[in-house]
Write a protein that binds this ligand. Structure first.
Ligand SMILES: *Cc1c(COP(=O)(O)O)cnc(C)c1O
Length: 403
């Protein structure tokens, strides 16, 4: 794999044209100047080793080298935004077994746009009217299970729709009316609801109402990319900037052809719609496409073994320290990666979990881990090679202060 620096070096050693053509043709910037500024340092912004996970407030994930090279490549040419979405959408749809697909600015915008497409269809007047639904003839409610009601459902209410919460099949069937636009499902909390995936899809079909599923953080396993399309959900959304390591400002909306087509009426390059601010450009579109291809092709077993080895190394370094308990768990539904929980009796010792986290943040190098009950949690999937040893050493240093 090419490191970012090598890649930039290699690119800058390509044509020397940019240099002297620069003045006469200022737009012919075929050779970007290599970055010479350490902007994080210049601005005083802390960077850190990420042993916490794929979190938006920690800037998600690091893009794969191929994604970075693709973004660089894409930025050198103009094309028609719609033509690119058409062509990339076709390729992505084939990869994920859906009728159609479009690159969005994330799973969240995918939810908004998918629902917007269902509400308006191809009616341009309705597209302009959203998020105002009253007296428009549009439907106005989305049904969701109580256990699936999380903050991200705001993506659905952005269209003007209300969320109706239900628990049982009976309640769901009672809640269905001529106002019902969609039955929405949240995969990562499927164990917190009474109705499971297949039944949800079957209920939608029975009542002729579209069904959707949020699998934002739920790859790996890679099969989840097509499992829910195969199952018959009308649309599926996933994040591009989590485990797939595509652009952080990208995601996929996949599903029925008529929904994706209508959703695109709410997206740039068109204006007068609720999605105008959810712009993706050629860089995100091609970057997402390449990230997806690579994610599907990668040797998943090898990747998993690498994560296990790193987590094993960290666990073995700290588990024999006095007062420490360790446990490795894997969430089967989402953020599916070995996760090490390190706990201790926070009542008996002077060290609270947040003190330890602060010490790790302030150390050199700075490290972020996850918080937990009576301890912390550590993942390895966002670590660069060799950082597992650094995390293990620093944890041992700080946890030794317990006794
Ligand atoms: C991360 C996440 C989202 C938002 O995804 P973005 O790609 O950041 O827009 C939505 N739903 C769930 C469950 C998530 O974990």
């Amino acid at each position: 794999m090419l490191s970012r620096r090598k890649l930039i070096k290699r690119m800058s050693s390509l044509p020397l044209l940019g240099g002297f053509m620069g003045e006469a043709f200022p737009l012919t910037s075929s050779v970007p100047a290599p970055p010479t500024r350490d902007l994080f340092k210049e601005l005083g912004v802390r960077t850190f080793i990420n042993a916490a996970g794929t979190l938006t407030y920690m800037t998600g994930s690091l893009m794969q080298d191929e994604v970075l090279a693709t973004i660089q490549y894409a930025s050198q040419e103009f094309c028609l935004l719609d033509e690119l979405q058409d062509k990339v959408g076709e390729k992505i749809a084939r990869l994920v077994h859906s009728e159609a697909a479009v690159v969005t600015s994330g799973a969240f915008s995918g939810m908004t746009l998918g629902l917007a497409g269902i509400l308006t269809g191809m009616d341009l007047k309705k597209v302009e009217q959203l998020p105002h639904l009253e007296y428009t003839g549009m439907k106005s409610e989305v049904i969701c299970q109580k256990g699936h009601d999380i903050v991200y459902n705001h993506a659905l209410t952005n269209t003007g729709c209300k969320i109706i919460l239900v628990e049982t099949v009976e309640e769901l069937e009672k809640a269905i009316s001529e106002r019902t636009a969609l039955l929405h499902f949240l995969h990562i909390q499927s164990d917190k609801g009474k109705i499971m995936h297949e039944e949800w899809v079957a209920l939608g079909k029975k009542h002729n109402i579209p069904t959707s599923i949020d699998i934002a953080a739920d790859v790996p396993p890679v099969e989840n990319l097509w499992k829910f399309n195969d199952m018959g959900f009308s649309f599926v959304v996933v994040s591009g900037g989590k485990a797939m390591r595509g652009p952080q400002s990208a995601g996929l909306l996949m599903g029925k052809k008529e929904i994706i087509e209508a959703a695109r009426l709410h997206m740039p390059p068109r204006g007068f719609n609720i999605g105008r601010g959810m712009k993706v450009n050629k860089e995100e579109i091609l970057g997402m496409y390449v990230a997806l291809e690579k994610f599907i092709k990668q040797d998943y077993n090898m990747l998993w073994k690498g994560w296990e080895a790193s987590i094993g190394l960290i666990e073995n370094t700290v588990k024999s320290l006095p007062g420490i308990t360790t446990q490795v768990t894997v969430n089967p539904l989402g953020n599916h990666t070995p996760t090490l929980k390190i706990s201790w009796d926070t009542d008996k010792t002077k060290l609270a979990a947040k003190d330890l986290m602060e010490a790790l943040q302030k150390g050199n190098p700075s490290i972020e881990v996850g918080g937990g009950k009576n301890g912390i949690s550590v993942t390895a999937w966002m670590l660069k090679p060799g950082q597992d040893k650094i995390v293990a050493t620093r944890l041992k240093e700080e946890l030794s202060k317990l006794s």
